[in-house]
Design a protein around this ligand. Sequence first.
Ligand SMILES: Nc1ncnc2c1ncn2[C@@H]1O[C@H](COP(=O)(O)OP(=O)(O)OP(=O)(O)O)[C@@H](O)[C@H]1O
Length: 276
Amino acid sequence: MPAAFELSKVSVVRPGKVLLEDVSWTVEEGERWVVLGPNGAGKTTLLQIISAAMHPSKGKVRILGSKLGKVDIFELRTRIGHTSTAVADLIPPTESVGNTIVSAAHAVLGRWQERYDEEDYRRATQMMGEMGITGLANRTFGTLSEGERKRVLIARALMTDPELLLLDEPAAGLDLGAREDLMASLEVLSLAKDAPVLVMVSHHVEEIPVGFTHVLMLRDGRVVAQGPIESTLTGETLSTTFGSRIQLQHEGGRYNARRAAYGHRADRGDGTGEAS
Ligand SMILES: Nc1ncnc2c1ncn2[C@@H]1O[C@H](COP(=O)(O)OP(=O)(O)OP(=O)(O)O)[C@@H](O)[C@H]1O
């Protein structure tokens, strides 16, 4: 089976600024990745590359078996789900939740006169169930809380049964309860056998749902570390990525991080920490 996507020595350069430098990254079927990094590290730029929204200045990109530059990107994009605040901003506030989700079948934002069949409605209902928002079907998008909107966007992105689902900071701006509700929905999704390959961008280890398998850490456009989350996400790699001595704890499949107390080594956290 080909990799879900493969980046080889990818750089993105803009006048006076290197956004990504020499990034090589392969993601296989069945993997769930979190991309961590501080503000300005290049995370959104990386998602733009793998969503076929941007071409690199240098390097090679293969997405879902096709080489970027030699494939119909409009066809390719229909196989990729993408949620971000930019997508949310395009949804008319008066659109119902049900229509916001079902209209993904025609790749439109805001329902007009398209026709949908039984299967479209069945799938929209199923996705609302999976994201725990069935009760919101008749509400308008503009009246939803931030947490409810995030789950509607994910249900919409899942509507077309994408092979690759990209989540750009899905928990940003959520309160603790809404974040944990979203984490529960993402945990169900990440553990589902038929789920798409998942790539989630975040600033916070607390926002990594149970079931995520791999991590890529970025700083100043360069990869600090990447690999299986258990062995790659450590106090040491987090400290290098965020430029601060960080202590990591891991319990019940979830992570939390804080500044390392004086005398603690910023090392892999298993709840004990080590004095140096
Ligand atoms: N067209 C451009 N020209 C110059 N610099 C750019 C351009 N687009 C993005 N940048 C810069 O590139 C860097 C990486 O941006 P990007 O949005 O990918 O980072 P990010 O990791 O997603 O950041 P954040 O966490 O703050 O959203 C930032 O410093 C940004 O200001």
